[in-house]
Write a protein that binds this ligand. Sequence first.
Ligand code: CTP
Ligand code: CA
Length: 226
Amino acid sequence: AMLGPEARPLAGRHILVTAGPTHEPIDPVRFIANRSSGKQGYAIAEAAEALGACVTLVSGPTDLAAPPGVRRLNVETAEEMLAAVENALPADAAIFAAAVADWRVAENPSAKLKKSGGAPTLALTENPDILKTIAAREDRPALVVGFAAETGDAAAKGQEKRRSKGCDWIVANDVSPESGVFGSDENDVTLVTGESAEDWPRMRKAEVARRLMTRIAEALEGRPYL
Ligand code: CTP
Ligand code: CA
């Protein structure tokens, strides 16, 4: 069947997505990481492409294949992710689904640490906040969307995170152990836009992605193209 233009409401738009964990090196053979699977971010990139967007997916290390038609830029660290995101601008909307490591090892030696040297004490330093940095730019995407992995009151914590990050929307998701969403194909989210928050039912990550991208397409409607 022929698809009408309404089926591709993101045609002519550039959508930027971050996904996955970051790996922060300790030495040439070791790193600090987290349990992000990247599934939600990849599903968002795929949904944006399906709605007709040109999609750049800046991805930390995952086991996932790049969705067909999506331009994927592979990175390891938070600093590399920030640089890749900055280089990929401008974009009409950016969705920051990556689980960026909050800290990196302050100094990582170029030689492997040896057991005979004794247990090392690792000094950590804060990583750049990619979402906050992009949201503060003068040439920021028209719509900047962050994620907030929270335990407890997702709507209230999402509102607070939206203010502190300077972004437009926050997708707050419940990562309490009993929610079981980490690594799973389902997610339990609250969409915080402005002062209102919508609790979405638990659904597959692909469905969260389709709904979110449909909302983003509506929000971009009528805005000038890049
Ligand atoms: N984020 C980012 N760069 C970072 C840390 C987080 O871009 N260095 C983004 C994430 O991709 C997410 C949002 O910021 O969209 C919120 O991440 P989160 O870890 O929940 O917030 P933090 O500000 O790091 O606070 P905390 O982990 O202490 O809750
Ligand atoms: Ca964090």
